[in-house]
Write a protein that binds this ligand. Sequence first.
Ligand code: GLA
Length: 739
Amino acid sequence: MAIIFHEDSGEFHIYNKEVSYIIKILDNKQLGNLYYGKKVHDKKSFDYLLEGKLRPLAAYVFEENYSFSLQYIKQEYPSYGTTDFRYGAIEIKQENGSKITNFEYKSHKIFKGKKQLEGLPSTYVEADREAESLEIILYDSLIDIELILSYTVYDDLPVITRNAKVINKSKNSIVINKAMSACVDLPDCNFEMVHLAGAWSRERYIKCKRLDQGIQGIYSMTGTSSSEHNPFIALKRQNTDEFNGEVYGFSLIYSGNHLEQVEVDNHDMTRVLIGIHPDTFEWKLHQGEAFQTPEVVMVYSDGGINKMSQAYHKLYRTRLVRGKWRDRVRPVVINNWEATGMEFNEEKILSIARTGKQLGMELFVLDDGWFGNRDNDKAGLGDWYVTNYNKLPEGIIGLANKIEAMGMKFGLWFEPEMVNKDSDLYRAHPDWILATPGRRKSHCRNQYVLDFSRNEVLEYIFNLMEKVLGEAKISYVKWDMNRYITECYSIAKNADAQGKVFHQYVLGVYNLYERLISKFPDILFESCSSGGARFDPGMLYYAPQTWTSDDSDAIERLKIQYGTSLVYPIISMGAHVSAVPNQQVGRITPIETRANVAYFGAFGYELDLNNLSDNEKKKVRKQVEYYKAHRQLIMNGRFYRISSPFKGNITSWIVVSEDKREAIAAYYKVLNDTNKGYKRFRLKGLDINKKYIINDNENEVYYGDELMNVGIVIDEENFCAKGVDFSSMIYYLKEFSEK
Ligand code: GLA
């Protein structure tokens, strides 16, 4: 890995074993991009890559020069209006009303390691040798504004991270209308855009479309990263599949409004812009102030989409997630939401917990309904203390003690950002919600969004949560966020600060998380937002796992978990076995298949365990043992998607330990069929020279290359349930050593 500056040519070459990224100081002192892709040898100059020619209608920067037009030069951080007519990365409105800027190279720094972003989540290093960074300082002398573009290249991953920072050095204020985290100009448009789209209960479905002239993209303006569009896109070549071909991934470490825009111009050049959505953003920057954009993580893979995903998994699992739970295996959880909803009492909870304990589960999570006047979704949010002693006679402290006394850990649900009108909090502070004066206050699920851009609101919620978490034995927090933001306005701010509110809200969420995880470092946090509406890298920096979806049906989960795995490590996905008929889709699936899907995540149960038959309980006990035996492998192994639920009846995948000595592969068949031929399940990621046994059967031994090239012969006799729909099979592979 290295970052080299060639002084004579004014070129920066950022590279490691896998990727190269080349930046040039252009003749107008702005920054151009010469190349991004597979690693190439370093050279003093690549300036033959600069495109400059006379084209009718093009505008040129210098008099008597008919070749230097920003319309055709690939740039690092372009702005609209000085010969480039495409969407730019930055727009600043100045005192005189102009939006034209000119950021020229001033200086740069190259250093080992990586800096953290202030107040924002970002990837990190544990030792300086893991990465190298470049900061390029640009300066617009007319308005006295500095722009710092930062780049980090990791040593052992095909990853480059970027962010931008604007600093107001002048006496005047400016208004930032747009500041993207990165712009990448690519020289052709022979790509397909892959992204993760969805809605409540069917989050992160994989979508793919061919690029074409004009604008294409995805975004969220919901106030969260959203279940509609995850803050991620990839550009892949048409023939790229899971294991071959080029793909560029762009993932934004942010949990609020975002935009991922791809523009193909009429000379077939592709511009990727990614960052905070400019339409819901306007940031007045006063003298001496700075604005920091979120970080974008760019992965280049020449080994297909799986390789891209594996780079994201490794980086996010080990250098984005923090704290004690980064490296700890996750407890097997039993959550009461799908069992009881808000209708429960202590005895009911204890009876589920007791059975959970008998079946080997390790942590009970009490979901919504324990606080304030909360018996339905019209009341209680905001009152994070027990008032209904009919439900919980000894409060949370008493319940937690009883569960701990059983030898189980205890977890609790919160929705810190929300309030119901029927709550002590709202009665005391009706003006603490985000709402536009004189306008209707739209609700969702009867709840309103607290103004987390205000410190006094954060302070109040922090104090309530700190008290509960400090008083009772709580080992786990499920932090939910069950609505999008409407009429976004903070009455605590002036008119010219309203454009900040969406972003400051997100900073407030990050701030509260940071305070709580610092105060309670042993608590495992799980983020949630009506299931997976805020499953993004920003959240993973604070909470190492996310409730993947409110849809707990195993077959629906195949798609949801498969899509989520494009970017996110499987251990970050909360995945529970629930009851049948499934509450969301009414489907009846074998209990084995429900577990076979949920194993590939942070595993647990979400049903009334006391309704299970003795036979089912026996199976559940075995499932819990199975997960415990293999959770280290599931958490730290390398995950390969093999067949896609978006493409056919079969879904399959495998997770292989780093040393390739063990693996778990799963094969799911959605609809049953009849009188079909044999199928072979070709595995991935094994060591070709190692011998493996399957499911501890020492009578048959297979080489890794055999399992990958020939495959396991699928014998439906071995499926978890025979002759029915939704059957599946799981294979545990272990290196065979001759005794
Ligand atoms: C959201 C979550 C669920 C559950 C409910 C409680 O929908 O995704 O898991 O916690 O809220 O209201």
